[in-house]
Design a protein around this ligand. Structure first.
Ligand code: GAR
Length: 214
């Protein structure tokens, strides 16, 4: 299924925004047929908003409401409205540290992607690089996946492996994984934008994905 391009991206992030920068730079360099039309953050001084401003991309702080790990109902409504107003085709989670479910995922069904710092299905949840180090695996990595109602359980779009080296600390391993993320995420979004994503095993209603062998 081919998409009309460029794909309009709404990027949500809570942190420094290195994945957003990699995506924006890849778009500017012509390798990703997409356009970031909105960056939104639940953290008012997040680096991702500064990077958006530097690039002339609309950025908004949208208050998350009363909960620590998810959006409250009013906030969820505000996020949906902002993304709809910007006519976003694909919601790109780039270090957005709140769980999105229910109404939000129904509003953008099959159109939300995330990057996670492990080779899923291993080490879902928080500080995945630290989970991998503590477990003692020799290889970990990162995963781009569609977001479904579970925690880091959606259909996998792409993965990159990263070795765990002798002497790694949580910080050195995290940095190596983040380098891989900055390579993988633009490639994965380009594949979505071009309608080239195939998912296997886990069906998604992703508008740009098709199931293999079904
Ligand atoms: C990334 O490493 C991403 O994998 C992680 O947050 C970081 C954001 O960095 N996301 C999660 O852990 C989601 N569960 P960034 O702000 O520099 O892109």
């Amino acid at each position: 299924m081919s998409q009309s391009i460029p794909l309009r991206l709404g990027v949500l992030g809570s942190g420094k925004g290195s994945n957003f920068v990699a995506i924006a730079d890849a778009i500017a360099g012509g390798s990703v047929p997409a356009k970031v039309v909105l960056v939104a953050s639940d953290v008012d001084d997040a680096g991702i908003l500064r990077h958006a401003a530097e690039r002339g991309i609309p950025g908004r702080y949208l208050a998350p409401g009363q909960f620590r790990t998810k959006l409250d109902e009013a906030a969820e409504t505000a996020y949906i409205a902002a993304l709809r107003e910007a006519e976003v085709d694909l919601v790109v989670l780039a270090g957005f540290m709140r769980i999105l479910k229910g109404e939000f995922l129904r509003a953008f069904e099959g159109r939300v992607v995330n990057i996670h710092p492990s080779l899923l299905p291993s080490f879902p949840g928080l500080a995945a690089w630290k989970q991998a180090l503590d477990y003692g695996v020799k290889v970990t990595g990162c995963t781009v996946h569609y977001v479904d109602q579970g925690i880091d359980t959606g259909a996998i779009i792409g993965q990159r492996a990263v070795p765990v080296l002798d002497g790694d600390t949580a910080d050195t391993l995290h940095e190596r994984i983040q380098q891989a993320e900055r390579e993988l995420y633009p490639l994965a979004i380009a594949a979505v934008a071009r309608g080239e994503v195939k998912v296997r095993g886990r069906l998604t209603s992703g508008f740009a994905a098709r199931a293999e062998d079904r």
